[in-house]
Design a protein around this ligand. Sequence first.
Ligand code: DX5
Ligand code: ZN
Length: 215
Amino acid sequence: MNSKIQILPSLLGADLGDLRGGIRLAEQAGADALHIDIMDPHFVPNMSFGPSVVKLSRETCPNLYRNVHLMMLRPDLYLKPFAEAGAQTIQIHVEANCDVGNTLIRIRELGLRPAIAINPETPVERLKEFLGIVDEVLVMTVHPGFGAQQFIGECLDKVKYIRDRQPQIDVMVDGGVNGETAPLCIQAGVNMLVSGSYLYKQPDMAKAVEAMRHG
Ligand code: DX5
Ligand code: ZN
């Protein structure tokens, strides 16, 4: 686990008419990585980006780390296109309709960092069998599918379960993270924060990233 708090702007919160500008803004603000949300409408009631946006991110800011969140029913079928596009961490959901353990192993075999994500309504015990084979756990703090939703505080109870079993693992939150909710996440033991609509609407993203990092 990296002891420094990492901040990841979510590209979904950027101006969709200027994705290159949104990617550059994250890099210039000193973000630790860019969070790229990939949705399929069978897993969430929405659609977003595909591998081409991951590629755009690599072309625009090659040194900005690409954290790719697959909100997909069958992430196992799309690992290669995302790896080829430049994904560096791939997060898949424990609720996906595939062999989750095997898919995580394949992510590592592709030379990428495997991570497991969990939705608010899913019991944390479902993570147990995967905690030993991932580098990162993503605790969703909203129901996935849309940016700018309200933070669900009870989801933070999951962090203790994860930390008790894997003290060194990276624990990330995603959804409704802003200047007020970020300190609660850090207090709960989270060390990576995704923030979309909040960071992208700041007049000075660099200042907001620094403030969030220091709780
Ligand atoms: C939600 C996505 C999030 C989203 C967060 O389905 O996984 O990454 O962009 O947006 P905010 O920070 O606006 O809640
Ligand atoms: Zn996300």
